[in-house]
Design a protein around this ligand. Sequence first.
Ligand SMILES: [Zn+2]
Length: 665
Amino acid sequence: MKVEVGTAYYPEDWDNERVEYDARLMREAGMSYVRMGEFAWSHMEPRENIFEFKWLHDAVDIFGKNGVRTILCTPSSAAPAWMCRKYPGILRMKRNGERAWFGVRDHTCYTSKKYRELVLKTAGKMALEFKDDPNIAGWQIDNEAGCSRFPECFCPDCQAAFREYVRDKYKTLENLNDAWRTTFWSGEFFDWDELELEANWENMGSCRTVESKRFRSREQADFILCQAEAIRKIIPDALIGTNNYCGADRYEMFSKLDFAGNDFYPKVNADMYSTLLPVVRYRGLKQGVAPWMLETPPRPGWPVRDQMRFYFWLYVGQGYNPIFYFHWNSHLSGNEKLTQTIIGASGKPGVKYEMLKKLIAEADSVLSPYPGLSLPRCECAIIQDYEADWVYAVGFPERMEARSNTFFTCFSALSGLGATPEIISPDANLAEYKLVVMPLQAHIRKDIAEKLKEFVSGGGVLIMNGSSGMFDGNGKNLPEDGPQHVREIFGMTIGENRIFDSPKILAYDPSEEFARKNVVVSGSLDGMDAVGTAAQWTGYITVSSAEILLTFANSELKGRPFCTVNRYGKGYAIYFAADRIDQELCNRLVLYAAKKAGIIPVIYPAEVAVSKRDNLVFLSNFNDSAVEFKTGWKGRNLLGSSLRDGVITLPPRESAVVETASETP
Ligand SMILES: [Zn+2]
């Protein structure tokens, strides 16, 4: 296998002589790709309908002659000055009526018909220009859609489109008022023109807020997909993706594109799990397709510590290919002139360039004996459902915090079993996993419930918690005991739910003072005492066929069931009645569930990330000190540090790739 390496390049900044020089350096370093064009609209179309592509053709040709192929990007995130001046209606509008302005990025409206017309014209022109060019390897649509200082547009085009969308969806105002239960706080609508988009974090609890989020997600996706369609119309087999897609349903987006691109900028002293989570997330967005790293800095952590090699091998372990560094050479001016680059403003190749060259040679040598290396696999997964997230948290910032923290706690606990879990959509094929965690699935669609039934009855183990299944798809409380559609799987019902004061969670402490201020739960897991804390939300469990594992140990809930397990078909469904629990208790529950699922946990030292691809084990030591641990592996570390008699030593912030004798070390 070859890991292809690329970089972002801006030929609009340089003359052909400099492009030749840079292309030669890239060839000598063994690089495969450049990504170009994503902010170059004013250079492609300096005046309306006057297109100039010669400079871009020249750059694509020069790189092509040097064996470096191009990923061409549509420039729709950077509308030029003339366009913003001539068509001010394309600029995003804040709720107070203030328009965005030229000079920032992502300042244009995803819904605006005029803007889409301008965008599609340019995307179509680009496709016509480059349709027969063998040096074009693929396309990137837009750049980091959804990452804007104006994340929500309230312009008249958006308001009109929202009205059209809800009218089409609900047909009559009676249906809409009923579906959203608008009576509280005088919320009923008697004329379609009364309807307006809502902001994410306002009008708490309103179904209109959830519907606004859903509408915006759809508009953002359409904005990307209409450009992909314009290119595919001219180049039917074009390979198309986008990068760092934010604030909308990522599964919906990437199900319609060819690859999912991540932009990841590691923090110098970030802990392992908060680094892994955004890296792993892109693995599950297009199952079975290698994720692309479309932007990552060339020397993360420099000058405290240089971690280019460390992160490179972490990405490879997680299946990323290609890997693009952002970016090649420093701009002389503009917003990103201070961004870290491979080549500085002087143009002289220095330490960073030499490191990258060495790294590419190392990767070629280490991986060439493994031409068909599989993507990383794990027996367990965690479900992230964007729609359910909106139902749970939109309108309530503190609930979004609780949602993120709970997801993180479960992800960390699953990772503790020995390999980083996959993050998947509820629509993914669950049969590939033995253990699935579905944290805070506020709304459980009926078709998802059917999949869960099939998964558990077939022998899978499922963990769910808190206010899962307590809301309908619009975010309304359900007038019935929960969890909706899955009561039979879990062998219990939840009623009389309530919210605690704080989404914060503290690690369990046996003192009396702690017990006076926190909710404590206790019981037994696999014959061993278990104790922990619960927060944010709880409900009254009434057991039908489930067995009680843990109960509330204090508070008004003392003695009531807290955590249950139910045998359903060949598998088990485990539920705990809090939106948040402490990490230690979550680890214990996941270990208990893993045993039921027939997973043998492999315990690695803390802060060592592990992923497995066929008979290669990728290890990354996030500790600031060396770790040494014993394994059962008979093999060798392909990256050099020692592996003797099964004992491996990993220096601080270094990676290892261990070739083992079999696929299950
Ligand atoms: Zn708008």
